[in-house]
Each structure stands twice: as structure tokens, then as C-alpha cells.
Design a protein around this ligand. Structure first.
Ligand code: GTP
Length: 349
């Protein structure tokens, strides 16, 4: 399976600068990158040959490709060409979105297209936020706010041009918005590409632990703080905690129904569940409609066997989600106890 990284971020925030670095590094030699236009990325000094219109082979061994009729068709055609030996095989795919694009439909394309999901999986979403002008774009452009809300890694760029108190302020806003994303600074060079691209969020135990540490910090600390930008865009980030074990099937039905009803307004869900069916914790992770296969972690981080879930939503308040989940789980609990009692009675008679 080939990991896919999505690089998103508002206009001029530094996506191309980051990609250029990746494309020049030998450790990313087997990477294919999908960009909107070659012109934007300035590849002249990397170029080895043009394999065909829209596909470039770079000196580093990377393949760079512009989008064809649509993303689905572009990914499928890259995969087919690599299979037919027309371009080198690649082991990673990076997709750069346009500055005003919503990354969620890309996530959905990767996991819902049967041909694509057979070969590719989402590794993570990286979002660049301009340290210098990010505060105003986050305030004025809902797209910029959403890109940061759904990300797993946030790179605050132009730290070399930005005063420290402005950087601290923007990082605080981003932490309130997306408490489980990791946030780094960049000055346009020497990126920590390993952390940004190689640690897969949706499949790794270590990553799940890191997310939980941040989730717990959110539960204990800043959960109740209201950020003015979140109020402006009607975005909430809240965490729920449930003691005791919960019914996995009932939870799954509830989550499916909730995602169906609220659809695009649930931007991110992440959490750890103590389920009746499994001794190990189950880590869940979703972007909008798309839930990724749960990870069965090998141990309980911090030994706390409590289910904890974080939601980032638009226009949906905590008490609505909490009440409906609570009602669902209580009903499943009641049924479980009745069945247990019935089993016991049958056994005695
Ligand atoms: N000094 C400095 N300049 C940066 C940094 N990151 C990006 N830049 C500059 O900012 C400008 C925009 O960066 P790009 O990488 O093109 O941004 P982008 O997000 O790809 O832009 P669009 O594709 O237009 O949305 C370029 O002139 C970069 O050289 C940084 O960390 N420090």
C-alpha cells in the first residue's frame, strides 16, 4: 500500500517551498507529487526529462505530475503507468491542494474509490500557515481556517520574517482550533520532513499515543477556552470522556448515523475507546465523512482505561453530540444487561 500525504495551506503560505525541499531530498526519491501547475513549483534545476505531457521525471528520482481531468483519473493513471513500467515505481504520493481548496474531498477520493483505496491509504494531512499573514487569512477566509482544522501537522511558515509574539499568538489560535495536531515552525528551509511526511497518522501506534497525549492535555487544560476566531467561524473543538467499557457496535452505528446527519460539519474526530469487545484500546480517526480503519493499540497509554474522543465541528455544539452519544450508549448498555440477566436466568432454570 502506498501512503498519501496531502499538503494544504492558504494562498502563498509556503506549500510549494516545502514541496521543493522534499523533491530535492534523496530519501524521498521514490515519491510522486501531484501539483496543479509545474510553473508554480519551479523545477528547472531538478528536471531530468519530460516523460510525457504532464509528467516529469526529476533528477532525484521523484515523479512530478500535474492534475489531469480530475484527481481520481490522475492517481489512477499514475498507478497504471508505474505498473506498465512507463514511469518509475513510487512508494509515496504527495498531493498539493490549491490555496483555497478544501482537503476533505481528497481524503474521500482516496478512501472511497475502490481502485485507488486498493493501492493507496491516507498517511496524513500537512497544512502550512503563513506566520506573517496567517492571522488575517484565518480570520477572513473560512477555507484557511478549515484547512488548519482538518490537518494532522501544521507548519507555521515564515518564522524568519515574523516577530515572536505574533508566532506565539497564531500557534495558540491553532492549538485551540486543532488540539491534537502537531505544530512546528519553519523559516523556509531545513524542514523536518520525516515528521511531516513519514510518520503515518492513520496506521501508527506511536502516532495514536501522541494524539492521545494532546487530547488529554486538551481535556485537562484549555478545553473551555473560547477563541474569538472559532466563534467567528462557528467552529468548536471539544472532547468527551466516558468511563467504563462501551459497546463497539452501538458506537459504530451512532457514529455512522451522526456523520450521515451532520456530514460536512464534523471536520475531524479522533479518540480512544474502551470497548467491551477488546481488551486493548481502539483508536479511531476520521476526516469529515471518512472514517479510517480503527487501530488496535497494544496498550493503554497512561494506564487510564477511559474512552476519550475529540471532535472539531462547525455549527454543532458539544451538548448535542454528548447527549445523543450518551442516549445511544445507555440504550445499548441496558440491552446488554438485560441479555446478561436473561442468560443467567436460563442457566439457573
Ligand atoms: N522568508 C521566508 N519566505 C518563505 C517561507 N516560506 C515561503 N516563503 C516565500 O513565500 C512565497 C510563497 O511561498 P510558496 O511556497 O510559493 O507558497 P504556496 O503556498 O505554494 O503559494 P500558492 O501556490 O500561491 O498558494 C515565496 O516567495 C516563498 O519563497 C519562509 O518560511 N520564509
Amino acid at each position: 500500500m502506498i501512503p498519501v500525504n496531502i499538503v494544504t495551506g492558504f494562498l502563498g503560505s509556503g506549500k510549494t517551498t516545502l514541496l521543493r525541499e522534499v523533491l530535492g531530498r534523496p530519501e524521498y526519491a521514490d515519491t510522486a507529487v501531484i501539483v496543479n501547475e509545474f510553473g508554480e513549483i519551479g523545477l528547472d534545476h531538478f528536471l531530468l526529462e519530460e516523460v510525457e505531457e504532464g509528467i516529469l521525471l526529476l533528477q532525484s528520482g521523484c515523479i512530478c505530475c500535474t492534475i489531469r481531468s480530475d484527481l481520481q483519473e490522475t492517481i489512477r493513471s499514475l498507478q497504471k503507468r508505474a505498473g506498465d513500467g512507463l514511469i518509475p515505481k513510487f512508494r509515496r504520493l504527495i498531493i498539493e491542494t490549491t490555496g483555497i481548496a478544501d482537503p476533505a474531498p481528497i481524503v474521500s477520493t482516496i478512501s472511497s474509490d475502490p481502485l485507488i483505496s486498493k493501492h493507496f491509504y491516507l498517511a496524513n494531512i500537512v497544512c502550512t500557515v503563513d506566520g506573517l499573514s496567517g492571522a488575517s487569512s484565518l480570520a477572513s477566509a473560512p477555507e484557511a481556517f478549515k484547512q488548519a482544522a482538518v490537518a494532522d501537522r501544521i507548519l507555521v511558515t515564515k518564522s524568519d520574517l515574523t516577530e515572536i509574539d505574533i508566532l506565539v499568538k497564531i500557534e495558540k489560535t491553532l492549538r485551540h482550533l486543532n488540539p491534537t495536531a502537531s505544530i512546528q515552525r519553519s523559516s523556509g528551509a531545513e524542514f523536518d520532513t520525516k515528521h511531516l511526511f513519514s510518520q503515518d497518522v492513520f496506521v501508527s501506534n506511536a502516532e495514536a499515543e501522541d494524539v492521545l497525549t494532546k487530547l488529554d492535555r486538551h481535556l485537562k487544560g484549555s478545553a473551555s477556552i473560547q477563541d474569538p476566531l472559532k466563534i467567528l467561524h462557528d467552529i468548536s473543538s471539544f472532547s468527551l470522556e466516558f468511563p467504563g467499557s462501551i459497546d463497539w457496535i452501538a458506537f459504530g452505528v451512532w457514529l455512522t448515523a451522526t456523520l450521515h446527519v451532520h456530514g460536512e460539519n464534523i471536520l475531524r474526530v479522533k479518540g480512544i475507546l474502551n470497548t467491551r469487545e477488546s481488551a486493548e484500546p481502539v483508536f479511531i480517526n476520521g476526516v469529515q465523512h471518512t472514517m479510517h480503519p480503527p487501530i488496535h493499540m497494544d496498550r493503554w497509554p497512561n494506564g487510564e482505561r477511559t474512552s476519550r474522543i475529540i471532535f472539531i465541528t462547525r455549527g454543532i455544539k458539544k451538548d448535542i453530540v454528548q447527549r445523543s452519544l450518551h442516549a445511544f450508549l445507555s440504550a445499548a448498555d441496558k440491552e446488554y444487561r438485560q441479555n446478561e440477566l436473561a442468560d443467567l436466568t436460563t442457566f439457573r432454570t
